[in-house]
Design a protein around this ligand. Sequence first.
Ligand SMILES: NC(=O)c1ccc[n+]([C@@H]2O[C@H](COP(=O)([O-])OP(=O)(O)OC[C@H]3O[C@@H](n4cnc5c(N)ncnc54)[C@H](O)[C@@H]3O)[C@@H](O)[C@H]2O)c1
Length: 378
Amino acid sequence: MNVTEKKPVRIGLVGAGFMGKCHANAFRAVNGLFDLPVAPQLELLADMDETSAASAASTLGFRRSTGDWRMLVADPDIDIVAITAPNKLHEPIAVAAAQAGKAVYCEKPLSTTLASAARMRDAVAQAGVVNLVGFNFLCNPMVRMARELVQAGEIGEVTSFRGRHAENYMARAEAPHSFRTDPEGGGALADIGSHILSMARYMVGPIVSVCGSTSTIYPERPVFEGSDKTAAVRVDDHAHALLWFQGGQLGSVEANWAATGRTMDLSFEVTGTQGAISFSQERMNELLVYRSDAASGQQGFTRIEAGPTHVPYDRFCPAPGHHLGFNDLKIIEVAGLLRAYATDGHAFPDFAEAYAVQATVAAIHASSQQLNRMVVAS
Ligand SMILES: NC(=O)c1ccc[n+]([C@@H]2O[C@H](COP(=O)([O-])OP(=O)(O)OC[C@H]3O[C@@H](n4cnc5c(N)ncnc54)[C@H](O)[C@@H]3O)[C@@H](O)[C@H]2O)c1
């Protein structure tokens, strides 16, 4: 179908930072790559104030701009509201957008508290609008293949999951406060732990109980980059947790934003009775698969490289080994959103799924408060 014949879907984006640019790029690119019955139009961008919104709208290709997100969600010419603003704004924007009958595409973590996440989940359900949360790492074709292998029983019965999301963006003592260190809903576990917990659920299934501990490495941080003034840090820099899955398996995760030397180590290993699967986002175009039935002397992890057979890699490139990147995952995510919008309305991972992730984050925090440490005998 020619793009001019497609039904236009008008996008309103709130927040023009790191993720705002990434969303805008995905909405611009998606129609050149995927066959969709609708064509997104970058209609309205909201940011902190009129000036920053106008500047970002012009750079990112939006027709209009506003310094007030309330105008955006009330605008009758907006069909989908994309939320890439700080976490504290997710609930008011998402609830207002849902009540105005608009589809809502929100960044992770869903919100700051579990109660707030529940209100968001309920608001989209009550309004019956399409909803999706930006756990984009699930969109990687190699991750999807890993899940298919697990579900097809290729590694036997799953016995354990070991996951980690480690980055170094808060590894410097001088790394300043931001919305990510807001005592309400901030911290490494909420910020990046939510990604690896969503991955754990995707690969193995629901998590029914946890036991965890969180820790703050730097008790003070500058109030802004380069400032001499510091303020207390009241969130975790890293967290470690044991997980028990509904299927009875035991697992573990680590979330660490002060992981010196690590830039994007969202990694996991799923172990089964007949094999194992290993992945790291730092090498996102590879999957390592071990099969116990390989001939004696030929056992070991086999490296599978991404290529056009790993759908939808083929949409981006006909040649193997040329590699997808982080922004491509967002394009795949946006294609799923628009497909849901144009068809049955069901996108994944939706607000209900993101609520389940947030409940796991909350349970790990609660466990950390009550942890009964056993002293090691000397
Ligand atoms: N899915 C991912 O991989 C991923 C990666 C990074 C961030 N995120 C999430 O995306 C969201 C934004 O993070 P970021 O890194 O882009 O932050 P950022 O600081 O780079 O951008 C935030 C933007 O929101 C704007 N903003 C702040 N207050 C506003 C208001 N009242 N009205 C309108 N706009 C306002 C800021 O001016 C800025 O442009 C967060 O929820 C974060 O957790 C997701």
